[in-house]
Design a protein around this ligand. Structure first.
Ligand code: NAD
Ligand code: UDP
Length: 310
């Protein structure tokens, strides 16, 4: 039987490379599209010898033509770390806006299922806690995070428009903070920052007073959720994340405990840093029968071990 073909944009990034590896293990053919803006060819080097895997070096903000069948288009290409999208504001807007438009066009031409990697950042600095999908968000469009948040909000809007007008089978995953092996060591996000600092016996840099909260999902759980969503009949946005919520100070202390490092220093809080973030995952539980299985502690142990070895 011919295999289903999945095109993964951003496939050389953190989440994308896990997705490519997982889909190959499930007998899909995978076309990975990436321009290596924030990803790395090292993340997919073990996949290169697999005959079901191919790599296309391409900027998704430019139109993409593919010969042959494509059954699923999974759009993950975009800078995702706040440090990255602050450095790459226009590329971030283009990946979310033009990139999503181009890939919806490809999905339309191929009659493929389209899945958008959206984000908890569509809720901005939320005034509702925890965040259900019905919450519309609180975003500063012209702040430093606006380039990412508004690109993803536009991406969601155009995805729903293609679903309604062109009847494309679309999915929207609102992904909350995810962590694990293959994160870039210097991408500036809290997990690689704290782990790299702890392993180098340097003080952990807590921004602000550390009372802001986040909820961290281990990568294997996230991939399981994305896969279930991709195969589901659900067209509405679905939150995917782990509702275990920590203040950043608690999180720093957790990493200190797991690594045996000691010190914390406080640095200024970045502008518009959301004060709280925690997913309401009732919808994913009900519609996808999905919930995270790996505890934050277990996920951190695995991630620390990977950072130690790589
Ligand atoms: P990442 O930076 O590790 O990966 C993004 C990948 O996209 C990189 O390989 C990069 O080179 C590629 N890319 C960027 N712009 C591109 C372009 N114009 N053309 C082709 N490729 C391009 O980030 P990640 O954490 O793996 O995030 C992947 C996706 O998931 C993003 O869309 C992000 O918004 C979304 N997401 C991630 C998280 C998280 O916690 N990691 C949370 C919410 C949403
Ligand atoms: N943060 C921190 N120290 C760091 C990096 C990040 O205290 O070295 C904080 C950051 O201010 C935010 C939280 O950790 O409150 C998560 O930051 P991250 O960049 O991982 O992603 P965000 O959830 O803000 O998109």
């Amino acid at each position: 039987m011919p295999k289903y073909v999945v095109l993964v944009t951003g496939g050389a990034g953190f989440i994308g490379s896990h997705l490519c590896r997982f889909l190959l293990s499930r007998n899909f053919k995978v076309i990975c599209v990436d321009n290596l803006l924030t990803g790395s060819s090292g993340n997919i080097k073990d996949l290169r010898s697999n005959t079901d895997f191919s790599f296309i070096s391409h900027d998704v903000s430019k139109p993409l033509e593919i010969t042959g069948n494509v059954h699923f288009v999974l759009h993950f290409a975009s800078p995702a770390s706040p440090v990255d999208y602050a450095k790459l504001p226009i590329q971030t807007l283009k990946a979310g806006a033009l990139g999503t438009h181009n890939l919806l066009g490809l999905a339309k031409a191929k009659k493929a299922v389209f899945l958008l990697a959206s984000t908890s950042e569509v809720y901005g600095d939320p005034l509702v806690h925890p965040q259900p999908e019905s919450y519309w968000g609180n975003v500063n469009p012209i702040g430093p995070r606006g380039v990412y948040d508004e690109a993803k909000r536009f991406a969601e809007a155009i995805t729903m428009a293609y679903h309604k007008v062109h009847r494309i089978d679309t999915k929207i995953a609102r992904i909350f903070n995810t962590f694990g092996p293959f994160m870039r060591k210097n991408d500036g996000r809290v997990v690689p920052n704290f782990i790299m600092q702890a392993l180098a016996n340097k003080p952990l840099t807590v921004y602000g007073d550390g009372k802001q909260t986040r909820s961290f999902c281990y990568i294997s759980d996230l991939i399981d959720g994305v896969y279930k969503l991709m195969l589901s009949k659900v067209n509405e946005p679905v939150n995917l994340g782990n509702p275990e919520e920590y203040t950043i100070l608690e999180f720093a202390k957790k990493i200190i405990k797991l690594t045996g490092s000691r010190k914390i220093i406080f640095k200024p809080l970045p502008v518009d840093d959301p004060k709280t973030r925690c997913p309401d995952i009732s919808k994913a539980k009900k519609l996808l029968k999905w919930e995270p299985k790996v505890s934050v502690d277990e996920g951190l142990k695995r991630t620390i071990e990977w950072f130690r070895r790589n």
